[in-house]
Design a protein around this ligand. Structure first.
Ligand code: PAF
Length: 293
């Protein structure tokens, strides 16, 4: 049977009433389309854990700033359908802008401190747009589980906090970042890179790993670990740091002395393309204990 594509909110709700009445576990993978293997890993996980899998495809204008790449953002609906069909998705929700925003919204979600720094500082209003559209999708689909990639770690934290704060009846499932051979996190915007830029784009992940090694070697001082990472990026003339920080993995606030597990998070410009990534670091004590045993 060919996959069902749905464009309207009431149509989707009707379509999901059958699986819901049968008590099926519904999984949602929210996307902006241009589907790649990173999305594929989210869909595969949803397919393995849920009875009915919905992929939403919507390039959400409200999460793009006025000078950002909304017009340029890759759109490939026909290929996305083939991608979803091959992965046995049950329904695609691909609404028009009109369907999601028949008129400008009067009510918006204002995320808290998780959104204020890092990408929130470089992209004002971005997480307000993300949280608001995700809330609309969660209300439209009513999934039991929704799948988000750890690559967008700040987005994952903003959404998880919203779900907690608003008592939303959904489990947010965090999925590991899918990477190319050189460590570059798979992302739709990687397609903007020229071949020369692509060659060096793995630098961010290499730098994050250097910071993690320092912390694992017992370096408790975040600045020292970050300096080592900055040195790696500084050696690459095509790369420019937007931010690189050691933060607590829940509220994403800066950590000066690493005692507990942290995330090292970074954003770099490679030419005109901004790439983000992050890495989990266990507390130095735990790493040392593991290495000794
Ligand atoms: O990660 C994305 O693709 C988008 O931010 C999301 C979660 C689909 C909201 O538009």
């Amino acid at each position: 049977m060919s996959i069902e594509s749905i464009g309207a909110v009431d149509q989707l709700r009707r379509h999901l009433s059958g699986p819901r009445q049968r008590g099926e576990v519904i999984g949602l993978v929210p996307t902006m389309g241009a589907l790649h293997e990173g999305h594929g890993s989210l869909v595969d996980r949803a397919r393995a854990e849920c009875d009915f899998v919905v992929v939403s495809i919507f390039v959400n204008p409200t999460q793009f700033g006025p000078d950002e790449d909304l017009e340029l953002y890759p759109r490939s609906l026909a290929d996305d359908f083939i991608f979803c069909e091959a992965r046995k998705v049950d329904a695609i929700f691909a609404p028009s802008e009109e369907a999601m925003y028949p008129e400008p919204l009067h009510t918006l979600v204002e995320p808290g401190i998780e959104a204020s720094r890092l990408c929130g500082a470089s992209r004002p209003g971005h997480f307000k747009g993300v949280a608001t559209i995700v809330l609309k999708f969660l209300n439209t689909v009513g999934p039991d589980r929704a799948y988000f990639g750890e690559k967008d770690f700040q987005q994952l934290r903003v959404v998880s906090q919203m779900v907690k704060d608003f008592d939303l009846p959904v489990e947010i499932v965090a999925c590991p970042t899918h990477r190319e051979n050189d460590g570059l996190a798979v992302a739709s915007r990687n397609g903007y890179l020229s071949s020369e830029e692509r060659e060096v784009a793995g630098i961010l992940y290499r730098a994050l790993r250097v910071a993690r090694e320092r912390i694992g070697d017992g370096e408790g001082d975040s600045e020292a670990a970050l300096d080592a990472a900055r040195t790696v990026i500084g050696l690459e003339p095509l790369a420019r740091i937007d931010y690189i920080e050691v933060v607590d993995p829940v509220h994403l606030q800066p950590v000066e002395k690493v005692i507990n597990p942290v995330r090292v998070v970074g954003a770099v410009w490679i030419g005109e393309t901004r790439l983000i990534d992050n890495i989990f670091c266990d507390s130095p004590k735990k790493v040392l204990r593991r290495r000794k045993s």
